[in-house]
Design a protein around this ligand. Structure first.
Ligand SMILES: *Cc1c(COP(=O)(O)O)cnc(C)c1O
Length: 380
């Protein structure tokens, strides 16, 4: 079956009792045992819940992995993955990683004896040079947030295999529609399902997808032991989101391409980052490993921070909001919103200024989105 068919149908056929085409929402904490020492595969919903199980099977099919483990947020999924490490272990991580992920690493996990080196993973030599004897994990985000840098995953997989590193890819921006990290050698794929997978700004969720049985077992153990599990209703809504993922992503990408091309031509715009532009430094890698360039665009104005503030306060269709990946277009100021936890010096070292604007291009009419940008930028 093609991936599109799997997105729509997932792992659910029809309810055996009623024929309902959607699975029920098993809003329940516990399960009655038929007799002591026996159960029907379910004992307590932190450990296992039927609705969560449907979502996990759906996610595994969508990503093309053997197993998926769902969490209450992308950050809970990220935290669970780091539990594969032990005190004394070292991680090599993309430098332009999601702000919440670097906060988890730098402000929490360092207290437990883990160490981190951030490198530009678009440069495989820099990654190989950062590996130490105690390095156990390689954490790559592609495309990155907010600069949309792209990493060559096959090159990373080679380094990871050579040094026996667990190779995780945060594929939140690309989605399974446009990128298949497991096919390119990743051990674990991370999604913030809050974003494109659920797709409608309706919930917070996360997931890990993998082929390896032992990693899956460890992540299930973390899921029930730590307990950062998603509610049955959130699982069900995420499942609905995945059913339309491929259709939405196609439109997100078409609109983002048009918005990026419009911005690149605009005299007041200093720079545009979108992997679908031939001016993007890793455009060729992106074109080779992705099936589309997704819906995120970043840009900076010649007028710097003042001009950026004017634009962000005057956009009408693009809503000023923290998130991304929903049907509604959104605009974010990374320096004061998503990446406020990253010190200014570090932000500048990564290559993004206080004037950087990030767009999550929605599925509205591209003409309307461009008209909105035009009017906001004209006064800047
Ligand atoms: C949002 C996001 C996360 C964190 O996910 P939450 O669902 O907000 O906890 C991690 N990685 C990336 C790339 C994200 O965009």
């Amino acid at each position: 079956m093609n991936r599109e068919t799997k997105f729509v149908h997932g792992a659910f056929d029809a309810d055996p009792e009623t024929g309902a085409i959607l699975p029920p929402i098993h809003q329940v904490a516990t399960y009655v045992l038929p007799e002591l020492g026996k159960n029907k595969g379910f004992d307590y919903s932190r450990a296992v819940n039927p609705t969560r199980q449907y979502l996990e099977r759906h996610l595994a099919l969508a990503e093309g992995g053997a197993h998926a483990v769902a969490f209450a947020s992308g950050m809970a999924a990220a935290d669970a993955a780091t539990k594969l490490l032990e005190s004394g272990d070292h991680m090599v991580c993309s430098d332009d990683v999601y702000g919440g992920v670097s906060r988890l690493f730098n402000q929490i996990l360092v207290k437990y004896g883990l160490t981190f080196t951030y490198v530009n993973t678009s440069d495989p030599d820099a990654v190989a040079a950062a590996v130490r004897p105690e390095t156990k994990m390689l954490w790559v985000e592609t495309p990155t947030n907010p600069l949309l840098k792209v990493t060559d995953l096959s090159a990373m997989a080679e380094i990871a295999a050579h040094h026996k590193l667990t190779f995780l890819v945060d594929s939140t921006f690309a989605t399974p529609v446009f990128l298949r990290p497991l096919e390119l050698g990743a051990d674990i794929v991370l999604h913030s399902t809050t974003k494109y997978l659920s797709g409608h700004n309706q919930l917070i969720g996360g997931a890990l997808v993998m082929n390896d049985d032992a990693i899956a077992e460890q992540m299930r153990f973390m899921q029930k032991s730590i307990g950062a599990v998603p509610s049955p209703l959130d699982c069900w809504m995420t499942m609905l989101g995945i059913k339309t993922l491929h259709v939405r992503m196609q439109r997100h990408a078409e609109n983002a391409q048009r918005v990026a091309e419009f911005l690149e031509e605009h005299e007041k715009v200093a720079s545009v980052s979108y992997p679908g532009l031939s001016s993007h430094p890793q455009h060729e890698i992106a074109a080779a490993q992705m099936l589309g360039f997704s819906g995120m665009v970043s840009f900076a104005l010649r007028g710097g921070l003042d001009a950026a503030e004017h634009v962000m306060n005057n956009l009408k269709l693009f809503r000023l909001a923290e998130s991304l990946g929903a049907v509604e277009s959104m605009v974010t100021h990374p320096a004061t919103m998503t990446h406020a936890a990253v010190p200014k010096m570090e932000r500048e070292a990564r290559g993004f200024s206080d004037g950087l604007i990030r767009l999550s291009v929605g599925i509205e009419s591209a003409d309307d989105l461009i008209a909105d940008l035009k009017q906001a930028i004209s006064g800047a």
